[in-house]
Write a protein of this length. Structure first.
Length: 118
């Protein structure tokens, strides 16, 4: 009985976190080679072509962050976080779909936590 109650509590908590909606202020910007629509919201724009090869594939961009001269790009479809330098050159990846060490079943978000310097 105790095990059943504990299992139900865990499932309820997991469902609570999974159904939590985040309120993002997302604004779509149409980009073409000739003109950028809605440019009043852009203060600084730079196009950086990313190094893509048969071994480096981005299926979906879920999030992009820039920190310490590197771009961090999350691909939730492949549960992969890729690192590119300031010029778009591929540096490394972490993750991948799976249940083994260094793999994720589903990655949706990430956060960069800066180390405090002594």
């Amino acid at each position: 009985m105790r095990r059943t109650v504990l299992t139900m509590l865990v499932l309820w908590l997991l469902q609570s976190f999974a159904s939590e909606e985040k309120d993002y202020n997302v604004q779509k910007i149409k980009v073409s080679n000739e003109k950028i629509q809605n440019e009043k919201n852009i203060s600084n724009l730079k196009f950086i072509p990313l190094e893509i090869t048969p071994n480096i594939i981005i299926a979906t961009i879920g999030e992009i962050q820039f920190y310490n001269e590197e771009y961090y790009i999350l691909d939730p479809q492949y549960s992969n976080l890729m690192f590119f330098d300031n010029y778009g050159n591929y540096k490394r990846s972490i993750g991948g779909i799976g249940r083994g060490p260094g793999e994720f079943t589903k990655i949706r978000d990430f956060e960069i936590i800066q180390k405090k310097r002594d």
